[in-house]
Design a protein around this ligand. Sequence first.
Ligand code: RIB
Ligand code: CA
Length: 323
Amino acid sequence: MPKKVIFDVDPGIDDAVAVCIGLFNPDLEVVAVTSVGGNVSPAQAARNVQVILSQMDPPRWPRIGAGTAPEHGLPTEGRRIFGPDGLGGVPFDVAVRRDLRPSEKVICDEIRAAPEAVTILACGPLTNIARAFLRDPELPSLLGQLIIVGGTVSGPGNITPAAEFNIYCDPQAARTVFRTPCTKFLIPLDVTNQIELTLDVLTRIPEETTRVGRFVRKLLQAAFRGYRQELGLEAIRIHDVVGLVALTHPELFTFVEMAGDVETMGELTLGATVFDRRRVPAWRHNIAVATKVNKEAVLEEIIRSLHTAAEIAERQNPYCDGI
Ligand code: RIB
Ligand code: CA
């Protein structure tokens, strides 16, 4: 029985690659892709979700949700790597719908439609998740599990010395989610930073004869350009794709139950994830955190799942080359 999944994303190239793989993973049923502002504005994120779906054209389209910015707005720094449109400026055609429902409404509907059976893979700021929990107080008890890509345990942040980008964008939402009783997993930078792609990966992913290969190659080439131009780095990180592997292959990760919270007031530490690791902790465990990863196996799984997605996409819809 395929696992029902909601991708909550702020595409972002790594979000986009994760959704592409998820759409054609035979073990998953993507019931919704909900957009949230982060790497790009909420409106651009909603458009980018439709770009991904238009280009992939799965046999059964998931529901799409449109996010809106947090009350305090979104930071704009940190949006350089993926370019102003979030997908590296690659000119993809898209059929944009105007009647999208709010992301938190779609999340509530899909979880209520399948109690205790839905996994949310949160690849962006936690704005939508917090709003869904506040909109429907029973939702946390009806959710199967929540996997959050973001935060840090021991390592530095990436948007500030203390904070990781997804948490930093909406610290209050992150605190609400961390403090909500439900089955939660965190895939922090300490783990996702360990999986780096170098240019030779382009010799191993599906060819341009497939639409998954064409789309992912364009995105990864843009990501390599962005990392090189903005950070002077020759290797890229695909945090959200690692998060997807944590969903499909948790055995490749070591998880430790921890007690975590989020700094919502700090000047230097705003958005930091803080864990009570004292010898006699006072906080109660509330999240299972990935502390180790078999990085070689994760990289091989990413390559394998891209080929599986490419093969299934062509088999299911051989005449689509994106619109
Ligand atoms: O810090 C990395 C995370 O922030 C990734 O999800 C990336 O897409 C951005 O959303
Ligand atoms: Ca993301």
